[in-house]
Design a protein around this ligand. Structure first.
Ligand SMILES: [Zn+2]
Length: 384
């Protein structure tokens, strides 16, 4: 038991406010505004603070000018505890309040990233500052990973996983910060995104028999894909996530109002469950497409993400459940944890704030959530 002066609510709020005032919009959503795009400003600020508070800092370039920042605080024990927080936020064009104000008012901190997910970074910095001031060494090694690109392709998470493998490190406990209202999330679905292209033959639409209509062929394919979704729903539910899902999400095709279309593209989002074999699913969908589409069809995988599943019966997860007096939950959205299978003995997705406040026209977090996160971290780090 170590006694140190833990950060006050005001200090937690002030740290978060500072971080919100450093824009780090994921570039795809920054509409070319270089003053707000990318993680570089945030990475520089964080590496300075981490160094100032006694961290050993590593900069790992993920994409041009978009690095991850890792910092290690060596402790007195051999265990490795890690927190992964993404630095990027979604765009701000849909916001109806100043996005980077970091205004502290009515028990809330406001601005883009307040809940998703600068809040965890703010709480971490407030605690690390105090530990440094009080010259306290932790009883384990702490690794903080501030990652880039979570809101787009999760390239930062992929790179962090590679870096850990290169170091030959196994982490004992890894917390992936996302707004879960400080509940322990131990499971989410994976996804595969596929593009189908149906290949036909054009002809004048006054003589359609001379062509091969890619759109009507695609319609049959869509009906078959919808039937596949219904089949998945009729299978026995697989706890804790229930059923896999398949949604046809986009369509485009055709060449003109008076032409038999020679192509039609459709896009499918297939949500997967822990234990699913992604390559098997792709093979099944390919054969389903070939059986049901009367014209040649090609399939391209646009992206895929693994599901995340952590047992609820492991020591740390149980300790978190006792401390927070809440059972582990599942979340509907994907996280960096998709890339972290095998990286740590136990992995949890946990952070302050609600996903309801993320990505919206307004974003804020209750300061009471920051206090809750502070208490969870202090308990985990054996400081209370
Ligand atoms: Zn997030």
């Amino acid at each position: 038991m170590i006694n140190f002066q833990s950060p006050t609510s005001e200090e937690l709020a002030r740290w978060l406010s500072k971080l919100i005032q450093i824009p780090s919009v994921t570039p795809d959503q920054a509409a070319g505004d270089t003053a707000i795009a990318g993680e570089n400003r945030m990475a520089t600020a964080l590496s300075n603070w981490f160094r100032q508070f006694g961290g050993e800092v590593y900069i790992d370039e993920v994409l041009p000018n978009r690095p991850n920042v890792y910092a290690i605080w060596w402790g007195t024990g051999d265990r490795w505890r890690a927190v992964d927080v993404h630095m990027d936020t979604v765009g701000v064009s849909q916001m109806t309040e100043p996005p980077f104000s970091g205004q502290i008012v009515d028990g809330k901190v406001r601005g883009r990233g307040a809940s998703d997910t600068k809040a965890t970074l703010g709480v971490l910095l407030a605690i690390l500052e105090k530990l440094h001031e009080n010259e306290i060494k932790l009883g384990f090694n702490l690794l903080v990973s501030a990652t880039a690109d979570e809101e787009a392709d999760m390239a930062g998470a992929e790179e962090f996983a590679n870096w850990i493998h290169k170091q030959g490190m196994t982490l004992n406990e890894l917390m992936v910060a996302e707004p879960t209202l400080c509940h322990s999330a131990i499971c989410h679905k994976g996804e595969i995104r596929l593009e189908f292209e149906v290949h036909g033959q054009t002809a004048h639409s006054s003589q359609p028999e001379q062509g091969q209509n890619a759109i009507t062929a695609a319609a049959r394919l869509i009906t078959a894909l919808d039937a596949e979704h219904q089949r998945l729903q009729a299978l026995p539910a697989r706890p804790p996530l229930g059923h896999a899902k398949l949604t046809v999400t986009l369509i485009n095709g055709g060449n003109g109002m008076n032409t038999v279309p020679d192509f039609c593209r459709i896009f499918v989002d297939r949500r997967t469950l822990p234990g699913d074999d992604l390559s098997l699913i792709e093979k099944q969908i390919l054969s389903l497409a070939k059986e049901n589409c009367p014209l040649p069809v090609t399939i391209e995988e646009m992206s895929s993400l693994n599901p995340f599943l952590q047992s609820a019966d492991t020591p740390w997860i149980q300790s978190l459940a006792r401390f927070t007096e809440s059972d582990p939950i599942t979340v509907p959205y994907g996280t960096n944890a998709s890339h972290y299978a095998g990286l740590a003995e136990e992995i949890v997705v946990l952070g302050p704030g609600s996903i309801d406040q993320a990505h919206g026209a307004e974003e804020w977090i209750e300061i009471s959530q920051l206090e809750r996160m502070r208490d969870i971290l202090l308990h985990w780090w054996e400081l209370t």
